[in-house]
Design a protein around this ligand. Structure first.
Ligand code: ADP
Length: 461
């Protein structure tokens, strides 16, 4: 058997953890190996326990931070060289050195700044390995520049700890997202948005839940219902300030929920939409009606969802009486030109990461101009035109939403966006398209949270 000699310090890689270069101290005085990590948090189910942690591989560069996750093997008491006993998480991982790789057990410890991020103990050494304590680097040397060379598409895939913010833990969309995440090896925790509470601080703000601080998530999927938009977006903002990737950002949710604001943003980005006007004072009713070109026109309560507050007024007289009814109820509304040629149909484009991944045409009941499925409409898959595709993508981008359901009408002079939904339902679109949309959403999250090459720092010559 040829000998494999190790010096007292060596470079190695831990590929399962996505760590291409670590400078380790080889210490045969210690039995177990240790990795100096921080933010060490167990997660996952009892039958599949996991641990998530962060590491600064380069002791000289605190800006280089890699998040790792691994199956949890054990929790064990370990006495370190200074005599302190500590209960540590134990993982099994692969170590690679000079073309050779073998499994080792590693304990995770958070003991502040140590010159070596890893200690290689004697149980990690195979029988043919010899340690030469007076020499260092007997094996090829690596460099921390390996981290700067990480290419986005050759990313290391790790198990992610995800959370879904919802008040409907059992609905179709929630179930499918959990299923898709688990199918890809991730963990999804369901959090009731309205049960989150927070402390607001400049540094180190937290989100609490059920008497404890919520852990670090790799990503959060907000599915905030219309009734809790304000509180829900506050929770999302808190996660954002902690640096957690949120699939829909608080800004996108807020803007898309407010029909007036949303139309203003769409208009600013020159996205086609029905001519829209709004007014508050009864004195201006006649004026807004003429602004949109007179009857027939559509009136919408600002808080309308599922088509519940959307009315078609065929004549000016009918429009005036609906407007006066809305005003009597002190309800805010907008007035819109009626896109007659859409003929009771609209198109839902499902956008994920700047692409339309599926589209469906929804058609209302024969006597209804509204095509909402909640109003008894039906849906089928549809082939969209290039301009519809571009409009949907542009609308999602204007709203700063990575995932969005963009509803548009087929107008004579091109697509007209009605609404951009920040937590689009998955049931209709998956059923009609027969595509794994939930899987595509999770895949997008993986791309978003994959470690990126850190910015190149200027080094002293
Ligand atoms: P909600 O948010 O309550 O669903 P929408 O603005 O999406 O309200 O309108 C509901 C439905 O009414 C749409 O899906 C569409 O079929 C129809 N509709 C809405 N606005 C117009 C319009 N300006 N012209 C023609 N049909 C419209």
């Amino acid at each position: 058997m040829t000998q494999f000699t190790l010096g007292w310090e060596e470079w190695l890689a831990l590929p399962d953890l996505g760590l291409p270069a670590i400078r380790a101290k080889v210490d045969t005085g210690a039995r177990t190996s240790a990795l100096h990590a921080f933010a060490i948090e167990p997660f996952g189910s009892e039958d599949k326990p996991m641990v998530r942690f962060a590491i600064h591989p380069d002791p000289a560069d605190p800006g280089l931070e890699i998040i790792c996750s691994a199956p949890l093997k054990d929790r064990r008491e370990v006495t370190s060289s200074n005599g302190e006993t500590e209960l540590r998480f134990v993982i099994e991982t692969t170590v690679a050195m000079n073309g050779r790789s073998w499994p080792i057990e590693v304990t995770l410890t958070d003991r502040g700044a140590m010159a070596y991020r890893m200690l290689l103990g004697r149980s990690a050494l195979d029988d043919d390995m010899i340690v030469s304590p007076s020499n260092s680097f007997q094996q090829p040397e690596l460099s921390f520049d390996e981290y700067r060379a990480i290419r986005r598409h050759t990313q290391h895939r790790r198990a992610l700890r995800l959370a879904i913010l919802t008040r409907e833990p059992t609905n179709y969309s929630t179930r499918r997202l959990i299923e898709a995440a688990e199918a890809r090896g991730h963990t999804m925790e369901v959090i009731d948005t309205s049960r989150c509470y927070m402390n607001i601080r400049a540094v180190g703000g937290e989100v609490h839940y059920d008497g404890r601080r919520l852990p670090h998530y790799d990503a959060v999927i907000p599915r905030i219902g219309a009734s809790v938009t304000s509180y829900g977006t506050a929770v999302v903002r808190q996660f954002e300030s902690l640096g957690t990737y949120c699939l829909s950002g608080s800004e996108g949710i807020t803007v898309s929920r407010d029909k007036l604001h949303a139309h203003q943003v769409l208009a600013r980005h020159r996205i086609g939409m029905p001519t829209t006007a709004f007014a508050r004072s009864p004195k201006d009713s006649g004026n807004v009606i003429s602004l949109v070109g007179g009857a027939p026109l559509v009136l919408k309560l600002l808080e309308s969802t599922q088509g519940k507050g959307v009315v078609l007024a065929e004549t000016k007289k009918a429009a005036e009486s609906v407007i006066s009814a809305f005003q009597g109820l002190k309800a805010d509304f907008l007035v819109q030109s009626f896109v007659k040629e859409a003929a009771g149909e609209d198109i839902r484009c499902f956008v994920v990461g700047g692409k339309v991944v599926a589209a469906m045409r929804r058609r209302g009941k024969p006597d209804d101009f509204r095509s909402n499925l909640h109003q008894g409409g039906t849906a089928e898959t549809v082939k969209i035109t290039r301009s519809e595709r571009e409009t949907a993508i542009k609308a999602a981008r204007a709203m700063k939403l990575d995932v969005a359901g963009v509803d548009l009408l087929r107008g004579e002079d091109g697509p007209k966006v009605l609404e951009v939904n920040s937590s689009p339902g998955l049931e209709g679109i998956e059923r009609t398209s027969e595509k794994d949309i939930a899987g595509l959403v999770i895949q997008h999250i993986e791309e978003k949270v994959a470690p990126r090459p850190p910015k190149q720092r200027r080094r002293a010559p």
